[in-house]
Design a protein around this ligand. Structure first.
Ligand code: PLP
Length: 400
């Protein structure tokens, strides 16, 4: 049997993919499954964007492109950063990759060495620590639990920064909690970061468009322009424009980082798919009106889910500002026994037993670094969400 690389042995398979797969197998066996475990919008890619992709194929735009993206897309990305985030950038400051995930991969693999540390607020998106480990560096966790609205507080940041810190990763609105930082909260973190001039910041803004209740989106480079020379601002069309399968992510960052990312990408995927890049030009430059409608729909779903969960005894759910996740606590339900006689010792027991007994698939909080919780993705219809809430409520009521 082939011996695996030490780098790969440092990481584990994605737990969110794991539970979704288990749910798929059960569905294939004929079980009635409601999967609220995946992280993608249920909307279809809008027609005008699809048509731009089809037109690109018909026009023969099917060849290799520049490593860092076609000029038209880099211009569209720069215009987006200027328009939405007031960043002072042009196309030469921008970079396109095969999804936000590849951008994070490129940035971290291109800059980390053994001994380097990356500060990651907890709970976190599952891929951050494992990409850091793959790059041979060390994830350092900073608590950002429900007591601070799932946001990193300046003193908790300061406590974990060291001479070894190379990056801080910020994600707002957050996967898995939906928490979004205000401009003032980011500025307070910025004040700490000013005292650590060697720390770079990766601002993962992939859920920027999904923010509710009149809350205004803010990003670190916009509200702390004095830190812009050490910030990578990441975004993409996956979540905003329902384009997860097209695989387009983009960023702006200081020139040495972009150059290093290009060098790395030149030896991996070369460039993001040419057809998808043309579709992304249309996504960024074309009509954006549907985003408001989608936001309204998501906000309605969020309110339905938060209300439905909070009436269940033993579940406590904060109202998130954005994304399409809730991250309630289930601490009071641990130690109980399910209808089938299974003892629920951990959050993982909770989600596995819930899946087996009711067919509802969630992801346990431990996967995101915070036990005693689960993540529910509400990127599905109100009808399905209502059915799932009934099943979760019945399951919890049956715990003894
Ligand atoms: C927080 C966060 N960042 C980045 C990504 C990457 O998205 P993509 O690679 O589809 O652009 C995801 C996807 O789930 C995410 O949740």
């Amino acid at each position: 049997m082939i011996e695996l690389s030490a780098a790969l042995n440092r990481v584990s398979p994605s737990p969110t993919v794991g539970i979704s797969q288990r749910a798929r197998i059960m569905a294939a066996e004929g079980r009635d499954i409601i999967a609220l475990s995946a992280g993608e919008p249920d909307f279809d890619t809008p027609d005008h964007i699809k048509r731009a992709g089809i037109k690109a194929i018909e026009a023969g735009k099917t060849k290799y492109t520049n490593i860092d993206g076609i000029p038209k897309l880099k211009e569209a990305v720069a215009a987006k950063f200027r328009r939405d985030n007031s960043l002072d950038v042009t196309a030469k400051d921008c970079f396109v990759g095969s999804g936000g995930k590849q951008i994070i991969f490129n940035a971290l693999l291109a800059t980390l060495n053994p001994g380097d540390e990356v500060v990651i607020p907890v709970p976190y998106w599952v891929s951050y620590p494992d990409i850091v480990r793959l790059a041979g560096a060390k994830p350092v966790f900073a608590m950002a639990d429900a007591s601070s609205g799932f946001k990193l507080l300046p003193h908790n940041l300061e406590r974990v920064l060291s001479v070894n810190t190379k990056w801080l990763i910020l994600n707002s609105p957050s996967n898995p909690t939906g928490a979004a930082y205000s401009a003032a909260e980011l500025q307070a973190l910025g004040q700490v970061l000013e005292r650590f001039p060697d720390v770079h910041i990766l601002s993962d803004d992939i859920y920027e468009q999904l923010i509710y209740g009149g809350k205004v989106f803010a990003t670190l480079a916009e509200v702390c322009p004095n830190l812009a020379h050490r910030i990578l601002t990441l975004n993409g069309v996956s979540k905003s424009h329902a384009m997860t399968g097209w695989r387009i992510g983009y960023c702006t960052a200081p020139e040495p980082i972009l150059k290093a990312m290009s060098k790395l990408q030149s030896h991996s995927t070369t460039n993001a798919v040419s057809i998808s890049q043309w579709a992304a030009v249309e996504a960024l430059n074309g009509p954006q009106g549907f985003l408001d409608e989608w936001r309204q729909v998501f906000q309605g779903r969020r309110d339905l889910v938060v209300r439905g969960l909070n009436v269940i005894e033993g579940i406590e759910c904060l109202t998130p500002d954005g994304a399409f996740y809730v991250f309630p606590s289930i601490g009071q339900l641990l130690g109980k026994v399910s209808a089938s006689g299974r003892k629920i010792v951990s959050d993982e027991d909770f989600v596995i037993t819930l899946l087996e007994e009711t067919g509802v698939a969630l992801v346990h909080g431990t996967a995101f670094g915070l036990p005693g919780h689960f993540r529910l993705s509400y990127a599905t219809s109100n009808t399905i969400l209502t059915r799932a809430l009934v099943r979760i409520a019945d399951f919890c009521a049956g715990l003894k």
